[in-house]
Structure formats: C-alpha cells, structure tokens
Design a protein around this ligand. Structure first.
Ligand code: HGY
Ligand code: MN
Ligand code: MN
Length: 420
C-alpha cells in the first residue's frame, strides 16, 4: 500500500500551480502565456528533484525523462495538459501530470528501473482557447501540427509564430517536437472524469473505453446595423436575433438526441452598442457524441437550420472556422492492464466513455493509448468548484504504479521494450 504522503503532495502541488494564472483571483492559463513559463520552472524543479531529466520541447511542452533499465529502451509517455480554460478548476490537466511525476517518485523510492523509459509530459496546449485550435502540444508531439496554424492570430492579433518566439521557441523548428517513429511504447493519460458516471457508481477510478468525437465551429450571422430608435421592426435584419434563434435550436436538437451534447459557448455582437441594431453576431458551436455518424448528422442538421433561420430573416450565414475530431477507442490491451491494476488495488474496474476531449485522442494516432479517470465530485469541471477526493488520488497513484509493473512484465515477456 502506497503511503498517503505522495498523494497529499500531489494535491498540495495542484494548489500551488493554481496560483500561476493570467488573471488575479481566477485560474486562467492559456497557451504560451507568461505564467506558463514560471509554472515550467516550478514543475520542472519538482521533476528534477524526482529524478527526471527535464527539457522543454519545440512546442513548449515540458517533458521529464526517467531512463529505463537499458539503453535505447522505448518510451511510455504519461501526460496531460498544463493550460486551462478561463476561470478553471485546479485539476483539469495538471493533476494527470503531477500523478505521472508522483508515480516516478514511487519507482525511485523503491529503487526500480523498468524495461522501458518513462517520459512525463505536461502538454503546452489542449483546451483550444487562445488560437481556437485544441491539442496543439500533443499534435506537435504526434507530428500532426499543421504548419499553417502558425499564421493564425489570437484575439490581440498576435500570431502563433510570434507567440512561440516570445516564449523562446523557434516556430520553424516545431517539427522537432515529434517523437521518432517507433520510439513510443504507449501513452497513458490520467485525468479527472469531469462528469457524473464514476460518482454515480460509487467508484474512485475507472478505465476509459473511448473518447467521444467533437466538432468545433465558429460561425457568423451578418445582417445590417441600424438606428435602434428609428429603424422599423419589420425592416430589420438583426444578426443577434438570428443568432438567438439558432442558440435555442442548438439546445433543442441536442436535447432530442440521446448522448448528444451541443453548446454555444461564445457570442460576440458588433458593433455592440445599446442604441444600434446588431449588424454581426459571431458564435462558437461545440458538438459531441460517442458515435461519429450521430455527431456528423447533428452538425449537418444544425447548419441547415442556421441557413434557414438566416434566409427567413434576410441575414447572411457563414462558417468562419471548423475542426472535426473523430471518436477514438483506447488500446484494448493497455485498457485491460489498467482494469487488472484497478481490481488488484481493490476497486471495481468500471469502464466508461469520455465525453471530454483529451490529448490522448491525438496520441492514439501514434501509440497505443490508455486513460485512467478519477471520480469528479458533483461531476463539476471547467469551473472553479472542480474537486477530487484525496483517497481517489491515492487510489489512482496505486493503480498507475501497479499498471507500470504489469506493463514491465508484459514487455519483458514479449521483449517489446527495445529499439523498434
Ligand atoms: O473541451 C474538452 O473536452 C477538453 O476539456 N479540452
Ligand atoms: Mn478541460
Ligand atoms: Mn483536460
């Protein structure tokens, strides 16, 4: 039985990292921001003290290496993200990175080297807030970052290339973040569930079977601005009224589809004045479902509805940006190994689908992927009230360490750990 002290340390570290924020009194840490640089120094220091060799890669991911028992051993990456949504909780992303560090601390304490190396990765970007594109850190590590994204600007007009330069990274060298083919033995991500399933089952932890697909779109209704006092109601082409109708349609459509989630999370109005009829309304649309065909159909329906609303109101409708990420299954063997480790730690090995997106969905493209979830009290996440239970953190740590030992035995039996 692992001591509680490592789990307590993980939670104390989550508290401390929550203070690295772009906003006073709230946790907001977007891609390549200044607080992230300071967070790297603090977390990198903990990694070094744990026995990891630390580097910051070309995509500003923080990576700590724990060598395997022999040279040229392949790498098990244990990762999650260090960025946050605006006004975030303390655990989304960060907890998984700190549990990876704690697992290495447990190995070092027991004097164990494994037949594979471990790299604990704190991904630089996952939430897709600053540049409206998610998974940037893991996309770079997977060699899947589209170079055209470098020219995309944030809300202040700063391009991603310039943001990299300001952070001390050369955007022209982003390709160097990609792992060489065959180097990764697997990828493990540990994360809070962010939903109600484990809590409803009374379970501390669970194994992710698959990660639901998601579509993210940014769309625009363009009508005609005008004088709020003089423009007759029947002569208006109010962009916000069209957007409002669409928002309610999004809610109605998602409520009608089992397992469907659809959200309008941003809405901006121009020119944006009390006495001007809105000329332009821009909004985001996030659509999720475990089955890609259901999500695709919902997106298509909603776009048809948007065009119909626009036509009826004499406003234009256009899609500004869109990204679609398919559902991703976990690797069956690694998931089974996690389930065995959960059972060995005395817990029910519950399996569940992740409604949230994770770096694991990208990493699954280049390595066998598994995810361990911790119960989220109240299912609360993307909110400052996000919590975890100390006993669940301890259980997760015990499961991770058990998983590492089982994986070590499996790769030893099949001699999978050497150079590919
Ligand atoms: O949006 C998501 O699902 C994740 O939290 N990035
Ligand atoms: Mn998140
Ligand atoms: Mn997350």
């Amino acid at each position: 039985m692992l001591e509680t002290s490592l789990a307590d340390e993980v939670l104390a570290r989550c508290d401390e990292l929550a203070t690295f924020s772009e906003e006073a009194g709230r946790i907001t840490r977007t891609f390549l921001c200044e607080p992230m640089r300071r967070l790297h120094a603090r977390l990198g220091g903990w990694m070094e003290a744990a026995g990891l060799r630390v580097r910051i890669d070309a995509a500003a991911n923080l990576i700590g290496l724990y060598e395997g028992s022999r040279d040229g051993a392949r790498v098990l990456a244990i990762g999650s993200h260090l960025d946050t949504v605006p006004d975030a909780g303390k655990y989304d992303g960060v907890l998984g990175v700190l549990l990876g560090v704690a697992a290495v601390q447990a190995l070092v304490r027991d004097g164990r080297r494994l037949p594979f190396a471990i790299e604990v990765i704190g991904f630089s970007e996952e939430e897709g807030i600053r540049f409206r594109a998610p998974y940037l850190g893991s996309r770079a590590v997977a060699g899947r970052l589209d170079a055209a994204l470098m020219q995309r600007a944030d809300a202040d007009g700063i391009t991603m290339a310039d943001a990299f330069r300001a952070f001390g990274r050369d955007p022209a060298r982003i390709d160097e973040a990609a792992y060489p083919a065959g180097r990764l033995l697997g990828y493990l991500e540990v994360h809070i569930e962010q939903g109600p399933v484990l809590e409803a089952q009374g379970a501390a932890v669970g194994v992710v079977e698959s990660i639901a697909g998601q579509s993210r779109l940014w769309v625009e209704f363009r009508g005609q601005a005008g004088h709020a006092g003089t423009l007759p109601m029947e002569a208006r082409h109010d962009a916000l009224a069209a957007a409002a109708e669409f928002v309610l349609e999004v809610e109605r459509r998602a409520r009608a589809g089992a397992g469907l989630r659809a959200t309008v999370g941003t809405l901006t109005v121009a020119p944006g004045a009390v006495n001007v009829v809105p000329g332009v309304a821009r909004l985001s649309l996030d659509v999720r479902h475990a089955r890609d065909a259901v999500r695709d159909a919902a997106v298509a329906d909603l776009l048809t509805q948007a065009r119909a609303i626009a036509a009826r109101r004499g406003v234009a409708f256009a899609i500004d940006q869109q990204e679609h990420h398919p559902a991703v299954p976990a690797d069956r063997h690694l998931a089974d190994l996690l389930a065995t480790s959960i059972a060995a730690a005395g817990h029910d090995p519950i399996r569940l689908v992740s409604g949230a997106g994770h770096d694991a969905a990208v990493m699954a493209d280049v390595a066998p992927m598994a995810m361990l979830f911790l119960r989220s009290p109240g299912g609360v996440s993307h909110h400052p009230d996000e919590r975890v239970l100390p006993g669940d953190v301890q259980a997760a740590l015990e499961v991770i360490v058990g998983f590492l030992h089982r994986l070590a035995m499996a790769v030893h039996d099949f001699d999978l750990a050497g150079d590919a």
